[in-house]
Design a protein around this ligand. Structure first.
Ligand code: MG
Ligand code: ZN
Length: 374
């Protein structure tokens, strides 16, 4: 009988295949936390410690990340795999849950879970998304959409009509205005809701003037934007203007939530290309500099910079110098190493230490002073 029970338990554990998650401790020692009015979460997709090191050495031994007073590490694994993908990784930040790889804003039962961006909208804050991938790609999608599978790009695009993201810039025009699975024209629908919608085909993002009164959506590519090294050049402007847009957008002045992604650091890792990783990371670094300058001046803005996971099993091998990084890779996929987290501004002290990736969601809510789960 004992053997039978043991067998049964073994089967149950194996079939469940989820990793144990320790309970999340939100505020330690009951110390009051200075509240943030605005939160800017910056995600360098695939940006592990080696990617950061390579970027720093290549940049004259300096990065804006050195200006962050609080540094922590998060455990990036998902509900069904020690090696997460970007969908489960971003859903951990946006919803505070471990879910399966491929899941966009849904739990392990494929049920939708409210995101921090949706909660911010409900509370009257302004919200924004900026990415150097398409806007329906896993990382930005996980803040606004709910889909059982990350590749359902047209479904994900339609979710942008359900939650009012006030400002967004990224690729993916085709999933809105040239859809294959239905006849909907999401440009038309967004304009009917008061959005100014424009794209790379109509004008260069460099020349765009944003009116802070209405909502703003700009598409930088039909599907995926080019690498920085091939001429893509909008992240820094989209980040710095986006922050100012959201700051002035809301008449009630309730604050804002924004997610800015350096999407292609990950693609450099998948391609096992050191130069690709470094050029993407240095553009992201420049965007961090702009955001940090805003936060410094504002005084009420929490900036959190992290990654969803590491990509490539990237190493800086012997023979490297600061100017010439000799990169090596163990994989063309993601790895499960812990990921650094950098925080600046009110509530930044919450981000010291080692914790689950899901804790970032809870720490951001604590920094806003939000209590209870809605
Ligand atoms: Mg991504
Ligand atoms: Zn990836």
């Amino acid at each position: 009988m004992k053997k039978l029970i043991l067998l049964f338990i073994t089967i149950a554990v194996v079939s469940c295949k989820q990793y144990p998650t320790p309970a999340t401790i939100v505020i330690t020692e009951n110390k009051p936390v200075k509240q943030a009015k605005n939160i800017i979460l910056m995600v360098g997709d695939g940006m592990g410690l080696t990617q950061i090191s390579a970027g720093m050495y290549s940049n004259g031994n300096t990065l804006n990340l050195e200006k962050f007073p609080a540094v922590g590490l998060h455990k990036s694994y998902s509900a069904d795999n020690l090696v997460t993908d970007s969908a489960a990784g971003a859903t951990a930040f946006s919803c505070g849950i471990k879910t399966y790889n491929g899941a966009i804003g849904v739990n392990t039962d494929t049920l939708p879970v409210q995101t921090i961006l949706e909660e911010a909208e409900l509370k009257g804050l302004a919200t924004g998304l900026v990415a150097t991938s398409s806007i329906v790609h896993a990382t930005p999608a996980s803040f606004v959409a709910h889909s059982r599978y990350r590749k359902l790009h047209e479904d994900i695009a339609a979710d942008f009509l359900k939650t009012e993201v006030d400002y967004w810039v990224g690729g993916g025009k085709a999933f809105f205005s040239n859809r294959e699975n239905d006849e909907r024209d999401l440009y038309k629908e967004l304009r009917a809701k008061g959005y100014t919608v424009s794209d790379y085909f109509e004008q260069d993002f460099e020349e765009v003037n944003t009116n802070v009164k209405g909502n703003f959506a700009f598409f930088t590519a039909n599907k995926e934007p080019l690498p920085k090294a091939q001429g893509r050049d909008y992240l820094v402007k989209a980040a710095s203007e986006g922050v100012r847009f959201l700051d002035k957008h809301d008449e009630e002045d309730k604050g804002f939530f924004m997610m800015i992604e350096g999407s292609q650091i990950d693609w450099g890792g998948h391609a096992n290309k050191t130069d690709y990783i470094i050029s993407e990371l240095l553009e992201f670094n420049e965007a961090i500099g702009k955001v940090l300058a805003f936060a410094k001046q504002d005084g009420e803005t929490l900036v959190v910079v992290t990654a969803d996971h590491e990509t490539g099993g990237f190493a800086i091998n012997p023979g490297s110098t600061m100017d010439t990084i000799v990169g090596a890779f163990t994989s063309d996929y993601h790895t499960a190493t812990m990921i650094p987290v950098f925080a600046y501004g009110p509530g930044s002290e919450l981000f010291n230490g080692i914790y689950e990736n899901t804790a970032i969601y809870h720490k951001m809510r604590s920094a806003y002073g939000w209590t209870g789960l809605e």
